[in-house]
Design a binder for this molecule. Structure first.
Ligand code: ADP
Length: 430
């Protein structure tokens, strides 16, 4: 189902016109209301009207997470605090939290893009959504909630964690759709296996998974074990929350549609910041086009992917590839760049191994060393030494780095307890 057919299939020429009109409005708002942005324009000797359209955006500077922290809590907002309807924030474990705000209109846009995303993932009015994204300051839970209600679903606001209760309600309430992090979907699947619960006792048809990088290896693991179709949802609180982009359940593996009428994307080189052409991998940048309380100009997401227009698909909006990782999570091992998703991708081809793994990075005699710990599938009967050698060889061939492989029995490597899972343990500076 296409939730908003007119907009989602708008011819590209029309889409650009709409984006340019909205961009003009956003730039004026930022220039007039936020001293930080006015200063940026003044430094460049530019006025908002000098930016004729989205193709001129590259002339403007990026906005980074540190700018949000420097203006904590409301310094980059374009409306007075008494006009806000909601405030979200990051956990702030590594410093001041980043704070984002929404007016009533912003929340309506949030609902709209999540409704589009859910429909794109296979959901229909009348279905139930088992919403296992965290509720609270994190945008996941409440964000999915609003969009699901808008599309006409009943929401089970279970939040993350307490897996026993999740399993019970999945069976009792017969929800057709689940949303959570991919690693938590793996936990649910694993706990079913452990307890001998056949997922056919549930009624799940679709999983909408996001908030962390994941690959086809995890998709096939979840789809097989939970007997459903899993698609990717992407978002970040600085732009709106989940629902910035979504993969279509009938176009799996071809990328996720970015709802371009609200969020204009660019890809730039991670070192030079220079714009890169479609299809090339770099840092994803967003400019919001319709936000009222907290519009952002060229926000540096740190997420690495590429953009392409897929003319054979159902909608006209641009697609982003699966996120490879965050540029600040990239490991440099003996001079070679490494994202953990590259190791994960290889697991797709080795059915004896599960998609639950961890990379442990250490230093041995001044050399970085990576050990991959991976759980075997319960059904594995092959020789462990051969299996480990086979995996290590594939890693070396595909990635160019030698890694030690340790095979573990199912249930020994940490799993998500409800939210995002960190798959890298870096012990080099410990
Ligand atoms: P926090 O910053 O507190 O973790 P956010 O929800 O704003 O909370 O996190 C957004 C980040 O999560 C994104 O910038 C990206 O790195 C990651 N993310 C979200 N969705 C996906 C996805 N589908 N695939 C990969 N990474 C994702």
């Amino acid at each position: 189902m296409i939730y908003n057919k007119t907009i989602e299939t708008l011819p590209l020429v029309e889409l650009r016109k709409l984006q340019n009109k909205r961009l003009k409005h956003t730039l004026n708002r930022l220039y007039k209301q936020v001293p930080f942005y006015k200063k940026q324009f003044d430094n460049l000797g530019l006025l908002p009207e000098d930016v004729k359209g989205v193709e001129d955006l590259h002339q403007l500077p990026f906005t980074k997470k540190s700018d949000l922290r420097d203006h904590y809590p409301f310094g980059l907002f374009t409306c007075a605090p008494n006009k806000l309807s909601r405030i979200h924030a990051s956990s702030g474990t590594t410093g001041k939290p980043t704070v984002v705000g929404y007016t009533k209109n912003d929340l309506a846009i949030f609902d709209e893009v999540v409704a589009r995303s859910l429909a794109c993932a296979g959901a229909k009015p009348g279905m139930r959504l088992h919403n296992a994204y965290g509720y609270g300051l994190f945008t996941g839970g409440l964000g999915m909630h609003g969009g699901a209600e808008k599309i006409g679903m009943a929401v089970i606001p279970i939040s993350g964690g307490m897996t026993d209760r999740q399993l019970r309600l999945l069976e009792d309430f017969q929800s057709e759709v689940i949303c959570c992090t991919p690693s938590y979907a793996q936990t649910i699947a694993f706990e079913c296996e452990k307890r001998g619960i056949n997922p056919s006792r549930f009624n799940l048809k679709y999983a909408v998974l996001g908030a962390e990088p994941w690959t086809e290896a995890i998709r096939s693991d979840i789809e097989k074990k939970l007997q459903l179709k899993a698609t990717n949802i992407y978002g970040l609180s600085e732009i709106i929350g989940p629902g910035v982009s979504q993969e279509d359940f009938e176009e799996q593996g071809t990328g996720s549609y970015i709802w371009e009428d609200h969020f204009f994307p660019e890809i730039v080189d991670k070192d030079s910041g220079k714009p890169l052409p479609y299809g090339q991998e770099g840092v994803l940048i967003f400019t919001t086009l319709t936000k009222e309380a907290f519009p952002v100009l060229r926000y540096w997401t740190n997420d690495i992917c590429s953009l392409t227009y897929d003319y054979s698909s159902k909608r006209t909006h641009i697609k982003m590839s699966a996120i490879k990782g965050r540029s600040d999570d990239m490991l440099i091992i003996r001079g070679v760049n490494l994202f953990h998703t590259q190791v994960e991708s290889i697991l797709t081809d080795i059915p004896e191994l599960s998609a639950n793994y961890q990379l442990v990075v250490t230093k041995a005699e001044a050399m970085d060393k990576v050990t991959v710990k991976v759980e075997m599938n319960a059904s594995n009967t092959s020789d462990n030494i051969n299996l480990a050698t086979h995996f290590a060889r594939k890693i070396k061939t595909n990635i160019g780095i030698s890694m030690d492989v340790i095979l573990e029995t199912p249930g020994t490597i940490p799993r998500s307890e409800g939210g995002k899972l960190n798959r890298i343990v870096d012990l080099r500076n410990k």
